[in-house]
Design a protein around this ligand. Structure first.
Ligand SMILES: Nc1ncnc2c1ncn2[C@@H]1O[C@H](COP(=O)(O)OP(=O)(O)OP(=O)(O)O)[C@@H](O)[C@H]1O
Length: 633
């Protein structure tokens, strides 16, 4: 057994065994004066009356004196108590996904209907499509809100293609952009572009195109020069072209779509949107405008005021039970897919990593899973750690992938396509993958770091259970964060609790991480629980050895750890958009935007700290040196 193993296996029940303080002192080779201080502190602790809980445990121990001592690890000591999670009564809003109507019921070009049936494999309308498509075909502006995975893309794409193909003077490339679709992330831009490519198969004279950060500007300029009629873009890159590409002209734009509009504002793109809107407003014919998201809130009302003219508001949700007495504030509650099951597990910081690893090892084999964490550094660190420890174990058939905003565009695209087409695998990602992406057959969403808001929870969880399918979401909270369950309950999201011991019990299914205990299936529940804890400690030791194996992984652990400590839960919404914000023309705009985002995050973290950290609680004991980096994951 390695020295770190020895340090972790500490006998807590035997009186002659070393205490945690002693083990730490000997491990660090403290000077004798420090050791004396340890003993003095220990003596003080012994003089003080033990807390009521401890007294009960002592009495229980006295009764079982004759039994052999059970070993426990420091991983399970000195953790804050896990609070009871109360299942609040919620009144979820639901949406009926499918209707009995079909696309053929609308006055659409027959080739468009055939393409929908044969290329996109869709024939029956979803509820939101049934309401949105006729409204948009009639030329109205619209604000569309419906649950994740309900087919909102086709809500605007079908009427848009129908209207462009029916223009009296046939569309030509030289007309330039006739429709502008703004989306917050590159992957969503790619996905939306592909949908248009498919829809436009019978209408080859209408050319779709995509502009997004990370791609070569030179080749984008060349494509713009040749002519793009339906332009899908992320806001930042479009603004870049508006400023630096002479051939981009919006004089013919007659459609503006802002998909995931609330996220676009959240990401701090207000100024970019202002530039785009100003540039559109200065020229161009009468325009039809559409805003869409599963979570359109008050934050986007200002945006709607600015860019929509007398819009129709489309939302299909209704309370799940018409008999419920609780009033439903529909402006702040959102419909969730009925096939989506919500779980929460409250885990002390030190145990989070083994809890995640155990869950992945045993509940997610041969399945497609997304794990959301708070920062790019955390994704990188977890990816190398889980690949290095779990994939190295021959029995685990887990494939880990990673996706975040600091990766080069080529790798991002490759991972996105690989995960999309895979039947199984674990994607570790930041919120860059939380919005709009349709990744078929994802069965579990794990929110390893909690989201910033109820809306973000909904979008992350909404990557599964799409278009009438089933799926599950598991939210990790530390004891100090458990109040977030009430925040979600206010948004009418009810979670079922998974208990930490039940997850760790998965480790008993095989002996890969066997501890020193010799328990068998007939052993008492307490003994089996103890064995599961020992196995968890063995697994934790594997992680720690991996981190301490070389300087690079230690550095990565520190980086990931620093970022993860900045994670935030319910956050203030971005200030509302103003009509004519000053536009920054500095070349350092991106850096300034990033700094602003960091400042905002820091501000919201200090708000959050009040929620998560009980006052006057000393957390120093929560971490022992060796587990510090890992314990915060
Ligand atoms: N009427 C339909 N019948 C069957 N499948 C459909 C239908 N409409 C759309 N789909 C498919 O459902 C999937 C999800 O659609 P889409 O991504 O547009 O959902 P969304 O509502 O925009 O989700 P999110 O809110 O997460 O962005 C897509 O693969 C799409 O092809």
């Amino acid at each position: 057994m390695s020295s770190s193993d020895e340090q972790l296996f500490i006998n807590t029940t035997s009186c002659s065994s070393p205490t945690l303080l002693e083990v730490k002192a000997s491990k660090r080779k403290l000077p004798s004066s420090n050791k004396q201080r340890c003993h003095a502190k220990q003596a003080r602790l012994q003089e003080a009356p033990p807390p009521a809980k401890l007294q009960t445990r002592c009495r229980a121990d006295a009764k079982t004196d004759a039994k052999p001592a059970i070993k426990t690890s420091s991983l399970f000591k000195h953790n804050p108590d896990i609070p009871e999670v109360h299942r609040a009564e919620v009144c979820p809003l639901t949406e009926k996904i499918f209707t009995s109507d079909s696309f053929a019921d609308f006055k659409l070009h027959p080739h468009l209907v055939a393409t929908l049936n044969k290329v996109l494999n869709v024939s029956t309308l979803t509820s939101v499509q049934k309401q949105s498509i006729p409204a948009l075909l009639s030329g109205k502006d619209a604000i569309v809100r419906s649950q994740t995975g309900s087919g909102k893309t086709l809500c605007y794409a079908v009427p848009l293609v129908q209207s462009l193909q029916s223009l009296q003077s046939k569309v030509q490339r030289s007309d330039g952009p006739l429709a502008l679709v703004i989306v917050p992330t590159r992957e969503l831009a790619q996905q939306t572009f592909v949908t248009f490519q498919k829809l436009l198969k019978p209408f080859t004279w209408i050319v779709p195109g995509v502009l997004m950060g990370g791609e070569k500007k030179k080749s984008e300029k060349a494509r713009l020069r040749k002519g793009i009629n339906i332009l899908v873009s992320t806001p930042g890159r479009l603004v870049d072209h508006i400023k630096h590409t002479l051939c981009i002209a919006f004089s013919a734009v007659r459609w503006l779509v802002l998909d995931e509009a609330d996220r676009t504002l959240d990401l701090g793109f207000e100024k970019d949107l202002t530039v785009i809107l100003n540039s559109l407003n200065s020229t161009g014919p009468e325009r039809q405008n559409v805003l869409l998201s599963a979570t359109l809130t008050h934050g986007v009302t200002r945006l709607a005021d600015i860019c929509l003219k007398d819009p129709v508001s489309i939302q299909v949700c209704e309370p799940a039970s018409p008999n419920t007495s609780a009033p439903v504030d529909q402006s702040e509650s959102f419909a969730l897919p009925t096939g989506l099951h919500h779980f929460v597990v409250v885990v002390p910081s030190k145990v989070r990593l083994v809890c995640l690893a155990t869950f992945l090892l045993h509940a997610c084999q041969a399945k497609k899973v997304m794990v959301f964490v708070s920062s790019c550094e955390e994704v990188d660190f977890l990816h190398s750690l889980l690949c290095g420890v779990l994939s190295a174990n021959g029995k685990a058939r887990l494939v880990f992938m990673r996706l975040h905003g600091n990766m080069c565009q080529e790798e991002r695209s490759e991972v996105f396509h690989t995960f999309k087409s895979s039947a199984c695998g674990v994607l570790l990602c930041t919120d860059v993958a939380a919005r709009g992406l349709h990744l078929p057959q994802v069965t579990w969403i794990i929110q390893y770091t909690p989201p910033c808001s109820v809306a973000e929870y909904i979008h992350r969880a909404g990557r599964t259970a799409r278009i009438g399918q089933m799926g599950s979401s598991l939210l990790f909270l530390t004891p100090g964060e458990s109040a977030f369950v009430d925040v979600l309950a206010k948004g009418n999201i009810g979670l079922s609790e998974m208990k930490l011991p039940d997850i760790l019990a998965y480790l008993m299914k095989d002996d890969t991480y066997k501890g020193r205990g010799k328990y068998h299936s007939q052993a008492s529940r307490a003994a089996l629980e103890q064995e599961a804890r020992e196995r968890a400690t063995v697994l934790q030791t594997h992680f720690e050895n991996f981190v301490h194996a070389d300087a690079t992984s230690l550095r990565n652990a520190k980086k990931g750890c620093v970022r993860s400590s900045n994670r935030t839960t319910p956050r203030q919404r971005t200030p509302p958009l103003t009509n004519s914000l000053p536009v920054s023309s500095s070349p350092q705009r991106k850096t300034r935007r990033r700094r602003r985002r960091e400042r905002r995050r820091a501000r919201s973290f200090s708000n959050h700290a009040a929620l998560t950290l009980p006052e006057n609680q000393d957390f120093s004991h929560t971490f022992d040196d060796n587990t510090f980096f890992l314990s915060t994951f």
